[in-house]
Design a protein around this ligand. Structure first.
Ligand code: GLA
Length: 386
């Protein structure tokens, strides 16, 4: 996982003959509020101590070079050429961000860049958002651009839409930009107002189990879910003209619209409306220190994601199923877009080692796959590193 930062810095100096500036952008977890961001709802993510590290310096010409230290691949281009998506997947996150900055008139010059990442790819911890935000921040500082962090988050999201083809919401990029050490942050994805809450889970630890699978249909199914939610909104507007997105709809509205709705669209809407309510409930429970309740609500989310929204998979369901049968596990759910990646769990501190062993062994026994375990800490959002 990720190359030693001092080594990368030395390699940069050897390769380009200049001292790089270094930036760090974190991945994220999400306590609750899954698939609510693009429905204008609420989310409750936090930035974590797994991050992307970007090493950058001006090249002194229009030429730019990107080097992925982890993949041992590189890509060269001119900052003046018109940019379009390329086949080398990771390069698109960079080109997308440059494209966004140039579109609003920022002047860039050539640069050399190396990066390494601790964030496992495809694990649902938003390694791509971290790349976009880390690179964006690096350009902003290197060229003295006047861009607020919230705008960096929005541009990074747009880069992902245009250059990676995933119509993601704002949550991941927001968390990578605006995360705060020891805090979770509740974001209203419509107004972009946000509020930090102390990440105090009392006698419980947050533990991630990585299913170690990522099914190919993840991106296409993600975009389909968005379309299904939009279809639902159109029908809901017939019973309540005030509904602009699922965030505005109540379960009563949905009951009235049900008859005119495709059964699948109905279940997608039901999940999204209920999940938005659950974010509020979790925030209240956190403030009251009722962590068992938080765990309970996370399990409800998992059921909704699995049965109604149908973005889980047998591996994620198995991880949750095994964990819920362990003494000391008080709640958990699949996290992120779905179809693989991690589950997020609350486990009693005293029993955490025992539960981890039981889940890892049980998963191996039933599906023959080795689960990975991440015990992440909550950290600050994007910034200069040392
Ligand atoms: C992915 C997307 C986010 C969000 C989650 C699901 O991580 O990038 O915008 O929609 O899925 O909550």
């Amino acid at each position: 996982m990720g190359r030693n930062r001092a080594d990368v810095k030395n390699t940069f100096i050897e390769t380009f003959g200049t001292d790089p500036e270094v930036f760090r952008a974190p991945g994220r977890i999400n306590i609750i509020g899954e698939h609510t961001d693009y429905n204008d709802g609420f989310v409750l993510p936090a930035a974590i101590d797994l991050a992307v590290y970007v090493f950058i310096q001006k090249s002194g010409s229009d030429r730019s070079k990107l080097i992925s230290v982890d993949l041992d691949e590189s890509y060269s281009f001119s900052i003046d050429e018109s940019l379009a998506p390329v086949d080398q997947g990771w390069v698109n996150y960079f080109l997308g961000v440059i494209d966004q900055l140039q579109q609003v008139g920022h002047q860039l010059e050539g640069f050399n860049l190396m990066f390494t990442s601790d964030i496992p790819m495809g694990s649902g911890l938003s390694s791509s958002a971290a790349l976009e935000c880390g690179f964006g921040q690096a350009l902003i500082d290197l060229f003295g651009l006047n861009v607020e962090k919230m705008d960096l988050a929005k541009m990074s999201q747009a880069a992902e839409h245009k250059f990676a083809g995933v119509k993601c919401g704002i949550m991941d990029q927001f968390a990578s930009c605006m995360g705060k050490d020891d805090h979770v942050v509740k974001l209203d994805c419509r107004s972009l107002e946000y509020e930090y809450y102390p990440a105090d889970f009392k006698a419980y630890d947050l533990v991630l189990f990585d299913s170690n699978v990522k099914h190919n249909l993840a991106d296409s199914q993600y975009n389909i879910r968005r379309t299904q939610c939009e279809e639902g909104v159109k029908i809901l507007q017939q019973v309540n003209t005030g509904i602009k997105s699922l965030r505005d709809a109540t379960l009563d509205d949905l009951a009235k619209a049900k008859i005119a709705m495709d059964e699948i669209v109905y279940r997608r809407c039901k999940y999204a409306i209920e999940e938005n309510i659950r974010v509020q409930e979790v925030c209240e429970a956190l403030q009251a220190g009722e962590i068992e309740k938080v765990g309970q609500i996370m399990l409800e989310t998992h059921n909704g994601l699995s049965k109604d929204y149908e973005v889980s998979c047998k591996e994620l369901d198995k991880l949750i199923d095994i964990a819920t049968n362990c003494d000391g596990h008080i709640g958990g759910r699949m996290m992120g877009g779905g179809f693989g990646g991690c589950t997020i769990n609350l486990i009693e501190k005293k029993k955490v080692d025992e539960v981890i062993n039981q889940v890892v062994d049980g998963y191996k026994m039933s599906l023959g796959i080795d689960a990975k375990v991440y015990r992440v800490a909550i950290a600050d959002g994007v910034g200069r590193y040392k």
